[in-house]
Write a protein that binds this ligand. Structure first.
Ligand code: SF4
Length: 728
């Protein structure tokens, strides 16, 4: 299909690309102005396109379920740090509700440069398809993809193919997934881009990857028989290449943030050396107990030093070159290094590993009782190569390990295979077996936590003749809405508990409300402040996802000016938010405060909630909960491990002197503590619903949806359903 392309205007291409793989129809459609101005872009626009295509009956594997990629109006502008992000959106095969995952690299930017604000793919291809969007020739076509199941071999073949047809590496970006995505429900999508300056074997240049890891969107991709999506494009040129309303203002805002990143990061988190793995040391602090160890049982371990960012920075990361995942990002957190594989069919091969980022480092490290950074890097590489989400794989593995620890699973259940804390060899085998769906255990593990709980329960009942252990397993099966937790232990952060339970509408992920760090730093001392944070932080965080922005230059680089602000939440980094507002206003020609800009996110937060209601109906609120393990000690020995802290909290709860608390039985203390924490969480979720204008059962009220003008954008089916739920 040949298409016409207009110059970018206010950061928009003003066009959407739709591809139906079933009929072969490819179309470039104008982006409706009303839709654009209401949903902004990225996640918001993607959710709207999804909403328009599905009904309450649509499933993730249906041909009608669209797979959508959507950058935002501020994405792909190298004059400002961190404009790398693109969103992947579809119904999730893992959770059955809308799945959303952001990813870095150049794909979103190139898609826009090629002429599109979003790519929407429906239908299922009969053959392995590769979609090619050629922004040089203004042409889109599908072709047969190389029949290669592993991502890095596929990468090589794709690059060779396009080089042979005369393209330069810097002009080729693409998405892939692998066989693990086909064999599990939590496939990831790899975003490949060329890093021209990383030294390799005496020369320079290397294809690198970022991932859209969460909610199984790689599985949706491979279910549609798509192996790769390639965009060929170059950067726009000219006086005002992205069509900014005020290009000078944009450049000035970019220069300001650039300066702050340059001055602050080397004195604080040192992301440019440690990447996000630098967070390990913070979460591991004795006072915080927030680094998950052995399936979130413990929150700190002295051995974490071996897997902390400093260790990677000093021994494993290759700092040569420029580790920004998009030009202009001087935070440069995209670290990586070389390891020699010790398992799998590529055993003995030296490979480049992009990562690990914090989540992967904690997931395959402390949470499995593993303290070898090279093991973590190898696990990271295999997951990317198979096309499976590192977080989900690691957290499912941790659950299986705890089932062995507590004898809910024994060797006899799994043909002699055992998975224990710290057993690197077995853990690597488990990854390979999941990807190939090799054993009964790994086939089930590939279907996610809910299926795994049922399978282990059945095995246990058959073996012991005892009653179902489902209730016990559910206490430490770390998921919400079927999505395994990202890697934060939440005992000491009520805000983060509510974030996982209710504020994150895709399940237990931190993208919407990563409140744990600032909560631990004391940002929300009162219950009211915690409730308020559940509104304000998702607005900014998910607002960044609508704009095509990376959150790290905002969230991980504290602007010294923010510290001088009075009567405001300084932890939200208001001085940097003002710079972002200048960027936004400069591009879009508006004149809004950062608070007003991000208030707009309420629209897509409510839209996502409406879509969850379409699936969960009256039970929507019941899905807003977390396992006991995320709330507090699930057994006496775990209470004892943090006895001083727990006793002190109990002393406040019961208004009793500490000495009296110390005399109580651990079981009694634990039960009171857990009851209290659960009541607090329930109360906080209730306040969150009320602040959002939702009912006590978490259903958006009709008047709320009308007040924020979302009502008119909803499908008839959604309006009827929401009205009926409120008896209207
Ligand atoms: S901060 Fe890191 S992830 Fe974000 S755009 Fe920069 S390099 Fe990429």
């Amino acid at each position: 299909m040949k298409y016409a392309k207009k110059p970018l205007s206010h950061g928009y291409a003003n066009q959407i690309l739709t591809i139906n793989l079933g009929t072969g129809k490819i179309d470039a459609q104008p982006l409706d102005e009303q839709v654009r101005d209401f949903f902004i872009g990225g996640r918001g626009l993607g959710l709207y396109l999804l909403h328009k295509k599905i009904t309450a009956k649509t499933t993730a594997s249906d041909a009608e379920n669209p797979l959508i990629f959507s950058p935002g109006p501020l994405g792909g502008i190298p004059q400002f740090p961190g404009t790398s992000k693109c969103m992947a959106i579809s119904l999730s095969p893992l959770t059955h509700i809308p799945g959303v995952s952001n990813f870095g690299g150049h794909f979103g930017a190139y898609l826009k440069y090629a002429g599109f604000d979003a790519l929407e793919i429906t239908g299922i291809s009969k053959k392995n398809a590769m979609i090619v969007i050629d922004g040089f020739k203004n042409e889109v076509f599908t072709t047969e993809a190389p029949a290669i199941d592993q991502v890095f071999d596929l990468e090589k073949a794709i690059v060779e193919q396009f080089i042979q047809s005369g393209h330069e590496k810097k002009d080729i970006v693409f998405l892939t997934t692998g066989l693990g995505a086909a064999n599990t429900l939590y496939g990831c999508i790899n975003s490949h881009y060329y890093d021209a300056v990383k030294p390799v074997d005496g020369t320079k240049g290397l294809f690198r990857t970022k991932q859209a890891g969460r909610t199984g969107l790689g599985t949706v991709m491979i279910n549609k028989n798509i192996r790769a999506i390639v965009v060929l494009s170059g950067y726009p040129h000219g006086e005002n290449p992205y069509g900014a309303a005020d290009w000078e203002k944009v450049k000035q805002s970019g220069a300001k943030l650039h300066k702050i990143v340059k001055e602050v990061d080397p004195q604080s988190l040192k992301m440019y050396r440690k990447g996000s793995a630098g967070l390990i040391a913070f979460m591991n602090k004795d006072d915080y107990q927030s680094l998950p160890v052995n399936n979130y049982q413990y929150g700190s371990d002295p051995r974490a030093e071996q897997i902390c960012g400093k260790n990677y920075a000093e021994h494993l990361f290759d700092h040569r070159g420029m580790d920004g995942c998009f030009p202009g990002c001087n935070l440069r957190c995209t670290k990586g290094g070389w390891v020699t594989l010790v398992s799998g069919e590529h055993k003995g091969k030296k490979v480049w590993v992009d990562g690990p980022e914090y989540e992967t480092a904690a997931g395959f490290g402390s949470n499995l009782g593993m303290w070898n950074p090279e093991f973590i890097m190898e696990a990271n590489w295999h997951c990317d190569n198979y096309g499976i989400d590192t977080i989900t794989t690691a957290v499912i593995m941790a659950f299986v390990m705890e089932c062995y620890q507590r004898s809910y699973l024994i060797k006899e259940d799994t043909n002699g295979f055992e998975l224990n804390w710290g057993d690197e060899k077995a853990a690597l085998q488990f990854i390979h077996d999941i990807a190939y769906r090799k054993t009964a255990l790994t086939s089930i593990a590939g279907l996610g936590m809910l299926e795994l709980i049922s399978w282990i329960s059945e095995k246990y009942i058959a073996r012991t003749g005892k009653s179902s252990p489902r209730k016990e397993l559910e206490q430490f099966a770390m998921h919400t809405k079927g999505l395994p937790f990202s890697l934060y232990r939440t005992h000491r952060s009520l805000s983060m508990q509510a974030s996982y339970a209710a504020a994150s509408d895709i399940g237990a992920h931190h993208a919407a409300a990563w409140l744990v760090k600032v909560d631990l730093l004391g940002a929300f001392p009162t219950f009211e402040a915690k409730a308020q944070a559940l509104i304000t932080y998702p607005r900014v965080r998910l607002g960044n996802d609508n704009l095509g922005l990376c959150k790290l230059p905002w969230v991980d680089v504290f602007n010294p000016d923010s510290g001088n602000r009075k009567n405001t939440d300084i932890y939200i980094n208001p001085a940097s938010q003002e710079i972002y507002a200048d960027f936004y206003n400069g591009m879009l020609g508006t004149n809004m405060t950062w608070e007003k800009i991000f208030e707009q996110t309420d629209r897509d937060i409510n839209l996502q909630r409406v879509m969850n209601v379409m699936t969960y109906e009256k039970a929507t609120g019941e899905h807003d909960w977390i396992p006991d393990r995320a709330i507090g000690p699930t057994e006496d020995s775990l209470y004892e491990k943090e006895k001083d802290y727990n006793d002190q909290q109990l002393s406040i709860i019961l208004s009793k002197p500490l000495i009296d608390i110390q005399k109580m039985k651990t079981l009694d203390k634990r039960e009171i503590l857990m009851k209290h924490r659960k009541e607090e969480l329930r109360k906080l979720i209730g306040v969150y619903y009320a602040q959002r204008g939702w009912s006590a059962t978490g259903i958006p009220k009709v008047e709320t949806l009308k007040q924020i003008s979302l009502w008119n954008f909803l499908s008839d089916e959604a309006r009827t359903k929401i009205s009926a739920m409120h008896g209207q």
